[in-house]
Design a protein around this ligand. Sequence first.
Ligand SMILES: [Mn+2]
Length: 336
Amino acid sequence: MRHRLDLIGDIHGELPALENLGRELGYAVADGWRHPEGRLPIFLGDLVDRGAHSFEVASLVRELDLRGRALCLMGNHEYNLVAWSLGVPGYERPKKSNSTTIAEIERQRDAWQPLLDWMRDLPLALDLPDLRVIHACWHVPSLDLVTPHLEAPRRPPTEGGTAAWVRSHVALRSPFEGGSLVAGLPGDTADHDAIIPHEDLIKGFELPAEKPFRDNDGKLRTRVRATWWSSARELVLTDKPQVFGHYWNVPPVEGQFAPPHPSGHPDLRAWCDPLAKVCPETGSVPLEGDFACVDFNGVTNARADLACVGALRWPEREVVWAMGPKTATTTPGASD
Ligand SMILES: [Mn+2]
């Protein structure tokens, strides 16, 4: 049986855009996300923050996951919320990127607690026979350090179906299994300058900057987030195709693969180039090459009124996107 998957990138609380994408992919979104061909959605994390519907999006994906209709990996935004809720050192206070969501949680703790409990146990990475799946990247030095602590036992599925098959390919478990950071994980989360290997896998890793620079918050930085697909391939696993999210805020470079338009489709340059053609509200393009970023937040970053969500159809190797009315009340914050 050939399993058919839809790998869905960062949603950030934008429910209308997600539902439009679901319809574009052929799901009956009003009927439990059934698909006539039995396709399975796999969410790459960052369900929450920024948009108005963090609670609704996380509730939907949790329901689908619990019913065996979807799988979800942990993004850095889920990680940050869970770390805050568990009182992990360094995460005691809300961040700029999740303060709105945390205020909502504090108002509706009972409603949110099942979502936080579910997010706590989301796995970090899937290693399928022909595709690797993670929120940011398979950074080899970090993998070497965390694998002894988070490696998932590989067992054949105990039941039929695509969801069970995918679940049997979880490569790295949640770093919060048991309700606190797994004992022995390297890195000090309370030290803002420390390198934390398990965080590098879902937040991206950094390399020394050519020269110090000030970030969006005015903070002086000496390291920059690595655009690993072009500048640091020797540091990541590249032996099979890889799909990831997270990189909405990396500007495209002429002539190079640069998310969030992995196909190089010229219309998708509109997200940072006001002179480019306007990206169509729904569409699909073939994936060229072996790396697919499906974080399409940046596609409409310049637009106040639209949000965009993207997916990779596998094994069709097709990138699909859809837009919806933007519900975010603030511009995207730092991706911390
Ligand atoms: Mn992210």
